[in-house]
Design a protein around this ligand. Structure first.
Ligand code: SF4
Length: 236
């Protein structure tokens, strides 16, 4: 019999009914602006995971420099696992927080080696979404967002990484309930969005957040969703 807590949590994670801005309308209005959208993996799954660790608290550009330098200096993940952590920190210094990130990277690699027996994550393609998410989030320091990035970008799985842009824009459009945390938004949005639509919707919302629905001063007058957006009057 389900517990009261799990029933309450299920209700908390249920997506809102009667969306003020239906998902179809978001596609209709934003796809001409930001499309076409094509899925192409940028890294294999383990590279994507380590890259995502490097993006924490810095720009993608700095993370790319750190990632490239790490791969140049220490040429395999097996060697990174065995390397002196100070050498890893030195290689990734462009990404910031190098001391913490170098320890985290080695810990993650060690856990993957211990649990899977080899340093790769492509086997997760054979898992269903929830099992892959659970496997990844059981790694040290890997939360729902990092797991969703690996699943969506490297493994082609229907996950929606909720970063600050997705969290803000989906909240303003009423796709998630008021007060929903970014971690809970992963579950809520995935309940709401058809699997095939999750990757393109992720790209549309993140691009909209960067270009028009900005954090401080959203350009509502230029937004093709303004007529239906429940936040426009509070922000204009
Ligand atoms: S109308 Fe304004 S708040 Fe609403 S989605 Fe557009 S830019 Fe964001």
């Amino acid at each position: 019999m389900p517990s009261r807590i799990s029933a309450a949590r299920r209700r908390k994670l249920a997506p809102p009914r009667n969306l003020p801005v239906p998902v179809d309308l978001i596609f209709e209005k934003l796809l001409p602006l930001y499309g076409p959208i094509e899925w192409r993996p940028r890294y294999n799954a383990l590279d994507e995971l380590i890259f995502t660790v490097l993006t924490q608290h810095t720009s993608d550009l700095n993370a790319e420099r750190a990632f490239d330098e790490l791969r140049r200096r220490i040429t395999s993940w097996e060697k990174v696992l065995e390397a002196d952590v100070l050498d890893i920190a030195d290689a990734i210094q462009h990404g910031g927080l190098a001391n913490q990130k170098s320890v985290r990277i080695q810990k993650i690699l060690g856990e993957i080696q211990e649990r899977h027996g080899q340093l790769e994550l492509e086997f997760l393609k054979d898992f269903d979404v929830e099992d892959a998410r659970t496997w990844l989030t059981e790694l040290s320091g890997v939360g729902p967002k990092t797991a969703a990035v690996v699943m969506a970008f490297a493994l082609g799985m229907p996950a929606i990484p909720v970063d600050t842009h997705i969290h803000r824009v989906s909240g303003r459009l009423g796709l998630i309930r008021k007060g929903t945390t970014a971690d809970d938004a992963h579950v809520m949005l995935e309940k709401l969005i058809d699997p095939d639509d999750r990757f393109p919707l992720h790209v549309l919302l993140i691009t909209h957040g960067r270009q028009i629905c900005k954090a401080r001063r959203p350009l509502c007058a230029d937004c093709p969703l303004v007529e239906r957006c429940p936040s426009k009057d509070t922000l204009i």
